[in-house]
Design a protein around this ligand. Structure first.
Ligand code: GLN
Length: 486
């Protein structure tokens, strides 16, 4: 496939060189996705009817003036798009067409973006491999026998395979950054409260954030700017001004302080990932950043803490899918209780059930104090570690994931192993801070490695500045899967 969608800039060039009517453009994009998606399964469904319905508005000449005008943006299937299938990759929401748009979709529409709904994901965003989707796993375009990461796997695949220019995902414990890392693209989790969650189907409401994925930092910054900002429909969105993220592009990073947490560079990381990270840190140093050691001592409790708080909130949020209020209903049930049991048994997959059981247990009387309350206290300690670290540094650097993409099926029967994939990404969600993953080379198996940068709340600009300086000087974002031609 020709690499005409590798950036907004490349897309604009293609538009100019090969002019098409709005309808033709929409079917060109749909055909391109269709062909490569037979192997990749980045999209659960491709709504061709929605493509032609939206083409005229999105591809009109005056839309082109807006930075995102006409740009194809894939949207994870847990973000509500009015009238288009939004299933969370679950049988439970089979056939669900939301009657309204998420705020981020309204914002993208306002910018004239060409929204493509239905990107595949782990069911209800539970997972790190995209294998828990009820509609089959997505495959990594770098090696189709490997997972793309998750839960925003479909979004990362659509971007890295060149099906779309950029995408939206959601990140509760790493679901934007980890698949971005494993597919060799940029993925950004904003500060909790920076982007409205209205219309994002909830997993864990105190952790969830929507964010962008793209092939480069510039496009990520453009998309982030478009979706950020206060929204009265989300009481946790924060009413402070949105800076012009694109203004941080191209700035140097001389004198910026980047912390390396000793706790994140220890055992459990693959040798090649560790090596790429050391080289990346060296590159940052050569660009003028000052590297210092910082300590985040409570990080070692982050995964345990997350797997109490995340499932606790998930079990509450998923209570509404009972076949009456929302969701799939078994039609053969004998009575009301039987209907609840059958509907939830058939509607949810194994991982969703595991989370519901874990969460309900942690919240039950007698265990609430021992588990849930304790986890909340640990969460405060983790956030406090970061607060102290950011008194002495502008950003913190770590690997995004301890390994490169693993093989499909390799960890699906071992939840603990799977949960450890997010060991480096979970702390940022617990602390509510912004974090980005950017490509930093390839592992021994030829699969992408990602570097994670984290910053203090609402310091997204610093991340963009450092990430862009790194990208410009290393060029790792230019690496791409073999299936994409130049
Ligand atoms: N992999 C993590 C989990 O399964 C994170 C998922 C996410 O961020 N949505 O909970």
């Amino acid at each position: 496939m020709k690499d005409i969608f590798k950036s907004i800039e490349a897309y604009r060039l293609w538009e100019k060189e090969e002019p098409r009517s709005p309808e033709d453009k929409a079917s060109f994009i749909a055909d391109r996705i269709d062909v490569s998606d037979r192997d990749l399964n980045a999209f659960i469904t491709l709504d061709r009817e929605a493509f032609s319905r939206k083409a005229k508005a999105a591809f009109s000449p005056e839309r082109r003036k807006s930075p995102l005008g006409g740009v194809p943006v894939a949207v994870k299937s847990n973000i509500c798009v009015e009238g288009e299938l939004t299933t969370c990759a679950s049988r439970m929401l089979e056939g669900f067409r939301p009657p309204y748009n998420a705020t981020v979709i309204e914002k993208l529409d306002h910018e004239g973006a060409f929204v493509i709904s239905g990107a595949n994901m782990d069911e209800f965003a539970f997972g790190s491999s995209c294998e828990t989707s009820a509609y089959g796993p997505s495959r990594n375009p770098w090696d189709e026998d490997r997972i793309p990461g998750g839960s925003s796997g479909g979004s990362a695949v659509a971007v890295s395979s060149g099906q779309v220019v950029c995408a939206l995902g959601s990140d509760t414990g790493g679901s934007i950054r980890q698949p971005a890392s494993l597919c060799g693209v940029v993925g950004f989790k904003p500060t909790y409260g920076r982007v409205s969650r209205y219309g994002l189907i909830a997993f864990a409401s105190s952790l969830d954030q929507i964010g962008p994925l793209a092939r480069n930092v510039t496009d990520c910054a453009t998309l982030l700017k478009a979706i950020s900002g206060y929204d009265e429909k989300d009481s946790t969105s924060v009413n402070i001004e949105v800076p012009d993220y694109c203004a941080s592009l191209g700035m140097d990073i001389k004198g910026m302080k980047v912390g390396m947490p000793s706790e994140y560079f220890q055992e459990g990381i693959d040798g090649d990932v560790q090596e790429r990270l050391r080289e990346a840190v060296k590159a940052l140093e050569e660009l003028g950043a000052e590297i210092l050691e910082v300590s985040l001592p409570h990080t070692r409790y982050a995964v345990s803490c997350y797997y109490i708080i995340g499932p606790a909130e998930a079990s509450s949020n998923l209570g509404r899918y009972d076949g009456v209020h929302y969701g799939y209903r078994d039609e053969e049930a004998r009575d009301m209780i039987d209907m609840y049991v059958r509907s939830r048994t058939e509607g949810f997959g194994d991982e969703a059930k595991r989370r519901i059981i874990l969460g309900t247990y942690a919240l039950s009387s007698g265990y609430y104090e021992a588990y849930y309350l304790k986890a909340l206290k640990v969460r405060t300690c983790i956030a406090e570690d970061f607060r102290k670290a950011f008194e002495v540094c502008d950003a913190i650097v770590t690997p995004t994931s301890p390994t490169t993409a693993f093989r499909i099926g390799e960890k699906s029967n071992d939840p603990l192993k799977m949960y450890l994939s997010d060991i480096f990404t979970i702390p940022a969600n617990l602390a509510g801070i912004p974090a980005v993953s950017i490509p930093c080379g390839l592992g021994d198996n030829g699969m992408p490695v990602g570097m994670q940068l984290m910053a203090a709340p609402f310091a997204e600009e610093k991340l963009i500045r450092i990430a862009h300086a790194f990208e410009r000087n290393t060029g790792f974002h230019e690496l791409k899967p073999g299936t994409i031609e130049d």
